[in-house]
Design a protein around this ligand. Structure first.
Ligand SMILES: Cc1cc2nc3c(=O)[nH]c(=O)nc-3n(C[C@H](O)[C@H](O)[C@H](O)COP(=O)(O)O)c2cc1C
Length: 156
């Protein structure tokens, strides 16, 4: 079975750390996606009403994503990682998902932050039609027992 660990990480590379650890444990390929152009620290300053993230959140339109996974169809299983933004899924994630054919993919979602993710599978599903979302889990970091147990259990 071929597994891809795809992820978006912006503020403090916390999701990137989770993705790196997961890709290592699973022996999987790792792919980081970014908006086009990538976010600068000023873009992420959510305390500023004029910051790019606030303008994008207000518009709620999908945004351009840099680059492309050429062999996406080769993967049976896709891990999707991202931080929680305003208790929700960042637009970069929805925009990334919309760009691929998810039919038949098995998907596990890992989220970095401290909020409620109980509705995330339902919210993501329309952006990845045909995917089977098996799991959505929230983690504080790669060095927690919860994360290590979860990653080990995904080894097959
Ligand atoms: C625009 C924005 C909104 C955020 N909103 C939340 C939130 O609602 N709940 C939360 O727990 N963290 C929130 N955070 C913090 C990040 O989700 C959290 O620090 C995450 O672990 C960062 O992951 P990263 O370093 O991979 O970007 C927000 C961060 C940003 C930039």
């Amino acid at each position: 079975m071929k597994t891809l660990v795809s992820f978006f990480s912006a503020q403090s590379r916390k999701t990137a750390d989770l993705a790196t650890a997961l890709a290592f444990v699973l022996g999987a390929d790792r792919y980081e996606f970014k908006p086009d152009p990538p976010y600068t620290p000023e873009d992420l300053d959510y305390n500023n009403p004029d910051a790019r993230v606030n303008r994008e959140a207000k518009a709620q339109a999908l945004i351009p994503i840099q680059g492309r996974i050429e062999n996406f169809e080769a993967y049976d299983r896709v891990m999707l990682g991202f931080p929680i933004w305003w208790g929700a899924i960042p637009l970069a994630v929805k925009s990334f998902c919309k760009g691929y054919n998810w039919t038949g993919k098995r998907v596990c979602v890992f989220v970095s932050g401290w909020d409620d993710v109980s509705r995330f599978a339902e919210i993501l599903q329309p952006y990845m039609e045909g995917a089977e979302i098996l799991d959505v889990k929230l983690f504080k970091g790669p060095n927690t027992p919860e994360f290590r147990r979860w990653a080990e259990a995904l080894k097959t």
